[in-house]
Design a protein around this ligand. Structure first.
Ligand SMILES: Nc1ncnc2c1ncn2[C@@H]1O[C@H](COP(=O)(O)OP(=O)(O)OP(=O)(O)O)[C@@H](O)[C@H]1O
Ligand SMILES: [Mg+2]
Length: 360
């Protein structure tokens, strides 16, 4: 806000992080016939249905102030061509997904000013059974005290008006209720790439879990409760071999429009089943990233650096590991994860340090 931000392509991180990254971005830019890096054009197209509560509206060219046009050489304001209103929602992230409105068990791609209330993540042509994996991992997480939104597996034939996209031979999509929507009301949220003013491509290498924890503890409306929940999620990501808990997979939500709280959990997936010899989680925690080395001592060092009292964290980690040991070996039998993936996950449990090891 202090000075104009004039760039050729890229938006400021606060806005850039609201746009899709992977296959959804390709789909949208192909439809728009603009280059994949042309973020300004993408934002102007998707601005009415962004994650959280921000709305971006194009100005009339004649209303753009001279001062803005002069900040970047000599520029002229133009109006973008109107194109057909398809896929006019924005969701961040790499996987193909849609914001859809549920009615009587069917899901419709939201059009016009109807806001979607579910995120539907369709199966991947690259990785097998991701929806079953994510559903299982999220359910296991909930069993050890992780706060998650409502989730479902939905048959693909219940999804209406999807664009033409490649689908593998799988029948189910993963559905998660949007916590930034409540009927027609938008609830503001921001992910930790936005909080730390980093671009999406910096999501793995520009921060660590101490920094996130310090912000949560210092700024949340209930810093201690959210730091405790954050600690639980860090441990769950280790136990479930989720190597993808980068900056954009953590968000703050502003339910009263003012006070940040840690949002419900999302995108917990056993990623190690897709990546050969995956050994690392996403960001540093108490100086390590190694699943097979990490122990309670790293968590204690993490808490120390984040200046959160260890005595307030330790009982939550103890509770997670105790519940995981008691509940998961049975619970996983009834969950829909692919059998080969279950075996890999259970191997992972046996390879963790003693503090966190789980017997199958
Ligand atoms: N239940 C939810 N309610 C609101 N927003 C959500 C919800 N789940 C996810 N999001 C938002 O949508 C984005 C994409 O979701 P998600 O992280 O599950 O997708 P992804 O493509 O698997 O991500 P990645 O690129 O990390 O693999 C998240 O970064 C978050 O901003
Ligand atoms: Mg994600």
């Amino acid at each position: 806000m202090a000075e104009p931000w004039a760039r050729n392509q890229r938006l400021h991180p606060t806005l850039s992080n609201l746009l899709p990254e992977g296959s959804l971005r390709e789909l949208i830019t192909q439809g728009l016939k603009v280059h994949i890096d042309n973020e300004f054009h993408i934002l102007s197209y998707l601005g009415a249905d962004l994650p959280g509560a921000l709305v971006a509206e194009p100005m009339e060219p004649e209303d753009v102030p001279e001062t803005v046009l002069n900040t970047h050489g000599k520029a002229r304001a133009i109006k973008f061509d109107k194109v057909s209103p398809e896929n006019k929602f924005s969701l961040a992230g790499v996987q193909m997904k849609f914001s859809m409105k549920e009615k009587d068990g069917r899901y419709n791609l939201s059009k016009g000013d109807v806001l979607g209330d579910w995120i539907i993540k369709i199966p991947s042509t690259k990785h097998k059974d991701v929806p079953l994996n994510e559903y299982t991992a999220m359910k296991l997480a909930a069993l050890v005290g992780i706060d998650i939104p409502e989730i479902k597996l939905v048959e693909l034939n219940k999804l209406d008006n999807l664009p033409q996209i490649n689908l593998p031979n799988e029948k189910l999509a993963f559905a998660i209720k949007r916590f930034d929507r409540d009927g027609d009301v938008r609830i503001h949220m921001e992910d930790f790439a936005q909080v730390l003013v980093k671009y999406p491509h910096e999501k793995y290498n520009s921060a660590n879990y101490e920094q996130i924890a310090r912000i949560i503890y210092g700024f949340s409306g209930d810093g201690l409760a959210d730091a405790q929940q954050f600690a639980r999620r860090l441990l769950v990501n280790i136990l479930l071999a989720n190597g993808d808990a980068h900056l954009k997979n953590w968000s703050l939500i502003y339910s009263d429009q003012i006070t940040p709280r840690l949002s419900l959990a999302y995108d917990i997936v056993t990623t190690s089943v897709y990546i050969d010899d995956e050994r690392h989680f996403a960001l540093n925690l108490g100086k390590t990233k190694e699943w097979h080395d990490v122990s309670l001592a790293n968590f204690q060092s993490w808490a120390g650096r984040a200046e959160i009292p260890w005595r307030a964290i330790k009982p939550h980690l103890d509770d997670v590991i105790e519940r995981a040991r008691n509940l998961w070996p049975d619970a996983i039998k009834d969950l829909p994860m692919n059998e080969a993936h279950k075996l890999k996950l259970k191997d992972h449990w046996g390879n963790l340090q003693e503090d966190f090891r789980i017997n199958k």
